[in-house]
Design a protein around this ligand. Structure first.
Ligand code: SF4
Length: 458
């Protein structure tokens, strides 16, 4: 069996499964957020009753993160609905925007959108926060009401996005009927060269198979090239499985996975026991691609979909209006480190926005010093508009007052985010070019799409 088949067999209480089998999978964690949480709660109450209790309060994790720093009152109200539910159910893992359990969330537009407006429990973007808060363990099943839930596959999990109806059912029963996906294998060999990042790996892979090339399939990443990839790198890759239509992504378990998971579960007092899955000798794949990381070059997905692959060096004629680094995919500490490595001592020539994925990343960037400056200061000195209000922000457009949103037709943005279908970051006639944080930085310096490798020569 493949990694995904082994994991799902265990979740179904069976000795084996094969692709195409329909199984009842036991959930280890259900995650929801401010956009889908209210709908999920509505389904749960309608189907299980107004006074029903969730199947396991320690396994429901609620993370408001999407439409948070906006004066849109309906968006603010969604956070209040989550708070009321968490209070009613006694949920220990609700990462509220404010500290008052009886309060109401209201964004104060008069304070602007750069200075921190959240309390001490706020966790930021759900997919980055889940592992950081110790909710991600190898060998487990994670269902989440968000398509990029697949990011947790970096941790040797079966993690997939589900709709509100399914999530309402999981909330009540802890189980879900799913079909075992076929597995596509991506075997990584070699090592990334300076200026080339994990984002380039996944953009290359999606370009190879197309934005629907993995529809309802597991994307398994293994091989000797995995060892050199950090957990942040693996998260970037797994996150974008859905951009090829993948049901899930999954990585092999190794010492790096163990180190991250054990540190984070210990730090947060969450469940520490876990049981990874390992590959069988005989695995059956519907597709098998070997990728030599040494040969990979900075890659861009052009408007209007993540499969429109080009090398960055082929796009120097594309003039840009703005640059954006942020999101679950591209707003981690390591992403900002590479971004700052290129921008240090230089200036951007187009509007450039930086949105850390979580408050912890804000703290990392504001406390890590390179010489006499923090990374945060280096980015601000380069002209990047850095916000402390960690969250999804303009990755998915959001209400019109969202930080970094593309509100005008015709704007072209190079972005470290994960999705570029028309209208994704705002105006439906704007264009998004997906790239690594290093490529975004190099492009922000020149104003055109730029291969970042020349900035990594010394
Ligand atoms: S940062 Fe973007 S991709 Fe990630 S969860 Fe938020 S909206 Fe979705």
């Amino acid at each position: 069996m493949t990694l995904t088949e082994k994991l799902l067999a265990r979740a179904a209480g069976k000795t084996s499964v094969q692709a195409g089998d329909n199984i009842w999978a036991k959930a280890d964690v259900l995650m929801t957020h401010d956009v889908c949480g209210p709908g999920t709660i509505g389904v749960f109450k309608r189907e299980f009753g107004k006074t029903a209790k969730v199947w396991d309060k320690n396994r429901v994790v609620i993370i408001p993160d999407h439409y948070i720093f906006t004066a849109d009152s309906l968006s603010n109200r969604n956070v209040d609905i989550l708070r009321d539910f968490a209070c009613e159910q006694g949920l220990p893992y609700f990462y509220d925007v404010i500290d008052d359990p009886k309060g109401h969330w209201v964004f104060d537009a008069s304070k602007g959108n750069m200075k921190r407006q959240y309390g001490s429990n706020y966790a930021g973007v759900c997919h980055t926060a889940l592992p950081a808060k110790g909710h991600t363990r190898p060998g487990e099943v994670l269902f989440g009401t968000d398509s990029h839930t697949c990011m947790a596959g970096a941790f040797n999990q079966f993690a997939t996005g589900i709709g509100n109806t399914d999530a309402g059912f999981v909330m009540g029963t802890g189980r879900l009927l799913i079909k075992v996906p076929e597995t596509m294998r991506f075997r990584l060999e070699g090592k990334l060269q300076p200026g080339v990042m994990a984002k380039d790996i996944i953009l290359h892979v999606i370009g190879e198979i197309g934005f629907d090339g993995a529809t309802y399939r597991a994307m398994q990443f293994d091989g000797p090239g995995i060892a050199s990839l950090s957990m942040d790198d693996r998260m970037t890759i797994a996150n974008m499985a859905i951009e090829a239509g993948g049901k899930n992504a999954i990585f092999e378990f190794d010492a790096r996975t163990a180190e991250y998971v054990e540190a984070r579960t210990r730090l947060n007092g969450t469940i520490q026991k876990y049981d990874p899955v390992f590959a069988d000798k005989n695995q059956s794949f519907v597709y098998d691609l070997t990728l030599n990381l040494d040969l990979l070059e900075p890659t861009v997905a052009c408007h209007p979909d993540p499969g429109q692959r080009k090398k960055a060096k082929e796009l120097s004629n594309i003039k840009l209006d703005r640059a954006y680094v942020g999101s679950c995919t591209g707003g981690k500490t390591s992403d900002f480190v590479e971004f700052a490595r290129v921008l240090r001592g230089r200036r951007v020539v187009i509007d450039t926005f930086g949105v850390p994925a979580t408050p912890e990343i804000v703290r990392d960037l504001q406390s890590t010093r390179w010489g006499d400056k923090t990374i945060w200061q280096i980015l601000e000195d380069a002209g990047v508009r850095m916000t402390e209000n960690a969250g999804c922000s303009a990755c998915l457009g959001g209400p019109v007052d969202t930080f970094g949103r593309m509100n005008q037709a015709g704007l072209k943005c190079i972005s470290a985010t994960n999705r570029n279908f028309p209208g994704r970051m705002g105006h439906k006639e704007s264009q998004v070019f997906l790239a690594s944080p290093a490529t975004v930085a190099a492009s922000a310096i020149t104003g055109n799409v730029t291969d970042p490798r020349e900035y990594f020569t010394n």
